[in-house]
Ligand binder design. Structure first.
Ligand code: ADP
Ligand code: MG
Length: 236
């Protein structure tokens, strides 16, 4: 089992540099783990959308990604698939702590992302949790010790960072800033700055937005690694 998994990981890794978005028409054209491919099939996701084609390969290659694409274009899977693959590559287990953090503006959006993670991540040995407020603080606080993927709204996340000793972000590999334009429109700029400043610098960051305004550009300069950023934006 372990040997088969290590072989699968090695063969996926060696295929990343060969990804050619022009030739990708089905999810199975990407080098993805069996677990993720099954999860995508489980969710009846067969053909990646344009933003998914543009972003997934770059994220698998280890770049920070800036991805602008209009609402409804499929930005969620553009980061959910890389998160699952990157943690699978790292052979992440529930004992390894926080591996990925997704920040999104509203509870409703957080819940939708969480549901996509449940469907597509079904066959992975990873745990996910929502930190969105309006739920039991003590329950959330307890649970944080062994969660691998967190989907959070900024206010509640900051509360955990400041007040919950079980919230430990030093293991973080991937940060996703989802719907960045709305995060900023809703007045979360200061919270985001406080959050990002507390996260490990050696991480990969994926930033998605429906539009790229000046404030989104400022946020991307602050959160993405200079020189390691690729633009996956879809313009129409
Ligand atoms: P965005 O974040 O860009 O607004 P979402 O990720 O919420 O878009 O996706 C919008 C809708 O499209 C959702 O209902 C989702 O299930 C569907 N969807 C996303 N990607 C695909 C795909 N590759 N194939 C079929 N449906 C998809
Ligand atoms: Mg979205």
């Amino acid at each position: 089992r372990r040997k088969a998994e290590l072989e699968e990981i090695a063969s996926l890794k060696s295929a990343y540099e060969l990804i050619d978005p022009v030739k990708v028409t089905k999810f199975t054209d990407f080098p993805l783990s069996h677990a993720t491919k099954d999860g995508l099939r489980n969710g009846k996701f067969f053909k990646p959308t344009e933003i998914q084609v543009a972003a997934i390969g770059l994220a698998l290659q280890g770049f920070d990604v800036l991805g602008a694409a209009k609402t409804g274009s499929g930005k969620t899977l553009a980061f959910v698939v890389p998160i699952l693959e990157i943690l699978f590559q790292e052979r992440w287990t529930p004992l390894d702590g926080l591996g990925a953090l997704i920040i999104t503006p509203t509870r409703e959006l957080a819940y939708q992302i969480y549901q996509v993670l449940q469907v597509v991540g079904k066959n992975h040995q990873l745990s996910a949790a929502l930190l969105i407020g309006g739920t039991d603080w003590d329950f959330e606080k307890q649970r944080m010790g062994n969660v691998n993927i967190v989907v959070a709204t900024p206010g509640r996340l900051l509360q955990h960072m400041d007040e919950n000793p079980n919230f430990e972000s030093s293991t973080l590999k991937i940060l996703v800033l989802d719907e960045a334009d709305r995060l900023l429109d809703m007045g979360f700029e200061a919270s985001l700055n406080a959050i990002v400043s507390q996260l490990p610098k050696e991480r990969q960051t994926l930033l998605f937005s429906a539009t790229i305004s000046k404030s989104v550009k400022d946020l991307s300069r602050l959160s993405l690694r200079e020189g390691f950023v690729r633009d996956a934006s879809v313009h129409e």
